[in-house]
Design a binder for this molecule. Sequence first.
Ligand code: AMP
Length: 249
Amino acid sequence: MKILVAVKRVVDYNVKVRVKADNSGVELANVKMSMNPFCEIAVEEAVRLKEKGVATEIVAVSVGPTQAQEQLRTALALGVDRAILVETAEELNSLAVAKLLKAVVDKEQPQLVILGKQAIDSDNNQTGQMLAALTGFAQGTFASKVEVAGDKVNVTREIDGGLQTVALNLPAIVTTDLRLNEPRYASLPNIMKAKKKPLDVVTPDALGVSTASTVKTLKVEAPAARSAGIKVKSVAELVEKLKNEAKVI
Ligand code: AMP
């Protein structure tokens, strides 16, 4: 079975994000970039399926600038066999990314596509779902357990109030939730070996996909600064303030 894993380059989760002075987006100059954490979980799951003998090949794909090759090399160091960068300097919305991923799916014919449930920069939580709609594949989102059984994959999903298990016919799309697994770190020898693994670069044009945007970002603003709290001297004072100032009781 071939698995395709989608990997996004995002601002590292430890970075304190700053909004650009002109409110057009967030500052990316000299900011540490990494693989989206939910994509790390997707790579880990694919590698585990290969280690179990379920998968025979893992291909990672990223849509982004030249520098996204760094995140693809990380994926290769973690156990992915080869990588594809769909290179674009533009910031694309989810539908454009999903259309590009669909073109890669058409070419690669994977049995399973694993994506993160969400990219931590844009918090869209929609690329996997859009890819499922475009390909017509079954989807199991927010996966906390993935088990391939014959021509089906059983996905346990984290939903409000519990867990739901669904059986999907292959080919299928899975998006990863936080509890699916704990990603490994790449070892130094594997980082060295990854430099020699194949990484193809293609353009959206070569895939025949128009990436014209249907969404325009009007403004990006930092959240309002929280005002300082106060200390109350007694429970009676707290109740009085909740009643008369905050008016919440
Ligand atoms: P989103 O819908 O933007 O929150 O992203 C959900 C998942 O879709 C991510 O975790 C990735 O697996 C995939 N994805 C989104 N954007 C990209 C991209 N530019 N390149 C590769 N994968 C992406």
